[in-house]
Design a protein around this ligand. Structure first.
Ligand code: FE2
Length: 199
């Protein structure tokens, strides 16, 4: 089972497992080291994006995180649909020169781990794979005015995301170096457990 799931994760960049709660432990063990766990509960008064009820545009999480595992403990009454975009497909639409330029464009990072650098390139190649880091609200004004960044942003925002409405006990696993994730606005109570996994 784990073999087939990981094969699928490498093929598509994500796996959606309806009623997959029982597989949570073996999946976490198979993916790597869980470095951060968070309860994601919306609060419409919270200024923190993680806890907000607003729609979130497509982004990747912290660049050190290779996989994100989400367990739905309580779906929203309305909204809260996960939106997924294959970032590697977006990069493929850009020219080799533009991809080269993305390697020299850096976005800010949130300080989460002690050895975190203040910024990280949008595109890098690590551990034999492609690493996309994209969060448009962490871009400086200078980066926002860069035409290659603007082109990447346009491709991302104009692409049609895969939509998944998580139900209770569903699992969603994302390759954070490849899949951009967002969500629609949340109405009512919703609770997800989020696991961040380093390679
Ligand atoms: Fe996120």
């Amino acid at each position: 089972m784990l073999f087939n799931l990981l094969k699928l994760l490498h093929k598509d960049g994500f796996i959606y497992i309806p009623q997959g709660k029982l597989l949570l432990k073996p999946i976490l063990q198979g993916l790597g080291e869980v470095t951060h766990t968070a309860e994601v509960i919306p609060d419409r008064y919270s200024p923190a994006l993680l806890r907000s009820t607003k729609a979130l545009s497509p982004h990747t999480d912290h660049p050190k995180i290779r996989y994100i595992v989400l367990l739905c403990e309580q779906p929203a009454e309305k909204g809260g649909t996960s939106l997924l975009i294959d970032g590697w497909n977006i990069l493929e639409q850009m020219t080799p020169q533009e991809r080269k330029r993305l390697q020299s464009l850096y976005l800010k990072t949130h300080k989460v781990f002690p050895d975190d650098a203040p910024c990280f390139p949008i595109l890098s190649y690590e551990q034999g794979t492609i690493h996309l880091y994209y969060t448009h609200w962490l871009a400086s004004e200078k980066i926002k005015n860069n035409e290659v960044f603007q082109k990447l942003t346009t491709f991302i925002f104009e692409s049609t995301p895969i939509q998944i409405k998580l139900k209770k006990n569903d699992l969603l696993i994302l390759d954070n170096w490849r899949i951009l994730h967002g969500r629609t606005a949340i109405y009512g109570y919703r609770k997800l457990q989020r696991y961040w996994i380093k390679c």
